[in-house]
Design a protein around this ligand. Structure first.
Ligand SMILES: Nc1ncnc2c1ncn2[C@@H]1O[C@H](COP(=O)(O)OP(=O)(O)OP(=O)(O)O)[C@@H](O)[C@H]1O
Ligand SMILES: [Mg+2]
Length: 237
């Protein structure tokens, strides 16, 4: 199992008057090498759920198990650095994850941070750019001088450069044109089918992505399995 949530709830500002329970009693099993999409109304808890997968958020109640790491509410978390390399999270707003002065430095940051040599990190950065269909000339560019779509692709590339086992993407196709959107969905499908990676993404509720993956629905902080979709097409379960 790649990701397992048992009776997980999450409350923001738990000890304040403004506390806000975003997730209620979620039970979820995601198999290794599967592609799962989540759809749901705004504010239903999709981004909150995603951030539990690499330990950015800790459950207020229940247990989150990701690969070989278990995080239990009320207990001290285990070391999360190795998990952060193995679970790549692409944020809803790409500017939240670009912070270096060039795209290349941003793409090399993760690999260098996790102990790769500068040469290998450079190669990873170039490969991830190519995978995302981005011109290598953009490597020298300041990330904040890219277009919205280019920045989103660069943010995804910065996660792919770390070679994660699980790729978690929050609204990956927002701001992308229809061609880039289709290319990204094909790439995710390839990562899943050919490389056995687990892909978890917030996909548009219609379109090809929805047809390809097992879909979960989120409503008011409750995630339920809505349909099997065409799971067999891309899920190795
Ligand atoms: N930092 C925060 N502090 C307090 N409450 C928050 C915080 N972030 C989110 N929430 C609340 O938690 C609930 C779930 O928010 P979340 O961002 O997970 O929704 P979402 O499904 O990703 O929405 P969207 O589709 O708009 O991105 C909402 O009621 C939101 O107001
Ligand atoms: Mg969100």
């Amino acid at each position: 199992m790649a990701i397992q949530l048992q009776q997980v709830s999450y409350t923001y500002a738990d000890r304040s008057l403004w506390k806000q329970t975003a997730l209620h009693d979620i039970n979820l099993n995601i198999l290794k090498g599967s592609m799962v999409g989540i759809a749901g109304a705004t504010g239903s808890g999709k981004s909150t759920l995603l951030q539990l997968f690499n330990g950015i958020l800790k459950p207020s109640e229940g247990t989150v198990s990701v690969l070989d790491v278990t995080i239990r509410a009320g207990e001290k978390s285990p070391k999360l650095l190795p998990l952060r390399r193995r679970v790549g999270l692409v944020f809803q707003f790409p500017e939240q994850q670009m912070f270096e002065e060039t795209v290349e430095k941003d793409l090399m940051f993760g690999p260098l941070n996790f102990g790769m040599s500068p040469e290998e990190a450079k190669l990873r950065a170039r490969q991830a750019m190519t995978d995302m269909g981005l011109d290598l000339s953009l490597l020298e560019r300041n990330p904040f001088r890219l277009s919205g779509g280019q920045m989103r692709k660069a943010a995804i590339a910065s996660v792919l450069a770390m070679d994660p086992d699980i790729v978690v993407l929050d609204e990956p196709t927002a701001t992308l044109d229809p061609v880039s959107r289709a290319e990204l969905i094909s790439l995710l499908e390839r990562l899943c089918r050919e490389q056995g990676r687990t892909i978890y993404h917030r996909n548009p509720p219609d379109g090809r992505a929805a047809a390809l993956c097992r879909s979960l629905g989120a409503a008011e902080g409750r995630a339920d399995c809505l349909s099997g979709g065409r799971a067999g097409a891309c899920c190795r379960s």
